[in-house]
Design a protein around this ligand. Structure first.
Ligand code: GCO
Ligand code: MN
Ligand code: MN
Length: 392
């Protein structure tokens, strides 16, 4: 009997790609297309060939070019719908391109020009309708050009107010049209702007409670974005999870401190990606896992399929490593050792009462003895490394 490869994805894994990711033609700021432009339907067929993909996401203009006529738009939608059906793919998420057209060169919702702000909201309303036509339930907001090169040009306090105003308006629009969207905000520190507003996931987690409809708003963190800034991505995701705000996630890879590389998931930082997958697994993240990455400029479309397969496979391999970690007796014994519980003290510190405060003040806590307790972290981390390097 043929051995079943445990790392083969299925639709139940909820892996998704964007039309703009696998459909990327390999262009960069220094050179044009190296792969021919595929139609949306062809991109869906390519994902079908990769196998095991759950869905495909799009920006309004990935599907319908900004200057398409109504007849052209109708034909594209028809072809796309047929391709989704023949490849059994869903559209779980949609978003708006508020960054490519020259009109958005200084931002969309935070633009200094009221007419451009209104146009950005109008474009998003139409794109939300387009997303709904294909069944999208999550709507992502990535502030592509919301930011500055010189802070002489924009009032950063007003920018926050304007962004909030746009989101409040669009939340109400979704509610009044019974669209049922969940909004997911995606932070990025820079690129394409010198500095972008809401630069880290935590910025959006802080904004959300100030919105009119905080319940329908969460975040879409991306591995590359915090990593570009040299930050620990997993910590940001953990905070979002803890707050019940992890609505969506963009997976890819990135060397810290470089330009926005969008590498194949787990192709660079095995260890950081392992801890991310561990977090998502341990805390039972059930949402979509979207690969917001693209193949190397050197790849042809055959290799793009390998890129897509590799992204999903790497996630599943790391899931397997997480299961090994959780079942590893030595690792678990060390974890048990370093998690030192004290029910009596925890009861005291859980909630402030005058009695608890009094008891805490009287507690015998000897800092020298406490500091002397062993922390075998070298031993633990070495075991994780050996597990990841395949010798354990
Ligand atoms: C980027 C962003 C985008 C967004 C996309 C959908 O760095 O370019 O990650 O790819 O994710 O616009 O929101
Ligand atoms: Mn990105
Ligand atoms: Mn992204």
């Amino acid at each position: 009997m043929a051995k079943i490869d445990p790392f083969t994805p299925t639709a139940a894994d909820k892996f998704t790609f964007g039309l703009w990711t696998v459909g990327k033609t390999g262009s960069d700021p220094f050179g044009g297309d190296v792969r021919e432009q595929l139609t949306p339907a062809q991109i869906v067929d390519l994902l079908g060939k990769a196998g095991g993909v759950h869905g495909v996401n799009f920006h309004d203009n990935d599907l319908i070019p900004i200057d398409a006529s109504d007849t052209e738009a109708a034909q594209i939608k028809k072809d796309f719908r047929a391709a989704l059906r023949r490849n059994k793919l869903k559209v779980p998420m949609a978003t708006t391109n508020l960054f490519s057209d020259p009109v958005f060169k200084d931002g969309a919702f935070t633009n200094n020009d009221a007419e451009i702000r209104a146009y950005a909201i109008q474009k998003t309303m139409k794109a939300m309708t387009l997303g709904k036509e294909f069944g999208a339930s999550t709507y992502v907001f990535w502030g592509g050009r919301e930011g500055t090169e010189s802070d002489a040009t924009k009032d950063s306090v007003l920018a926050v107010k304007r962004f909030r105003e746009a989101i409040d308006f669009l939340c109400e629009y979704s509610i009044s049209e019974k669209m049922g969207y969940k909004f997911a905000f995606e932070a990025k520190p820079n690129e394409p702007r010198g500095d972008m507003y809401f630069s880290v996931t935590g910025s959006y987690l802080a904004l959300i409670p100030s919105l009119k409809h905080p319940d329908m708003c969460g975040v879409n963190p991306e591995f590359a974005h915090e990593t570009m800034a040299g930050l620990n991505f997993t910590h940001h995701v953990a905070q979002a999870l803890e707050m019940g705000k992890l609505f969506h996630i963009d997976l890819n890879d990135q060397v810290p401190g470089r330009y926005d590389q969008d590498f194949r998931f787990a192709s660079v930082n095995y260890k950081a990606n392992f801890f991310l997958v561990k977090l998502l697994t341990d805390y039972k993240y059930k949402g979509m896992k979207h690969f917001d990455s693209h193949a190397y400029r050197q790849s042809d479309y055959g290799d793009v399929i390998e890129f897509a397969k590799g992204s999903m496979r790497n996630f599943k391999i790391l899931e397997h490593k997480v299961a090994q970690f959780n079942a590893d007796k030595k690792i678990q014994a060390l974890l048990k050792d370093i998690d030192r519980t004290n029910a009596k003290l925890s009861k005291l510190t859980r909630k402030f009462t005058k009695t608890n405060a009094k008891a805490l003040l009287a507690a015998d806590l000897d800092r020298v003895k406490l500091a002397a307790k062993p922390m075998p972290y070298e031993e633990l981390d070495q075991l994780v490394g050996e597990l990841l390097m395949g010798v354990r």
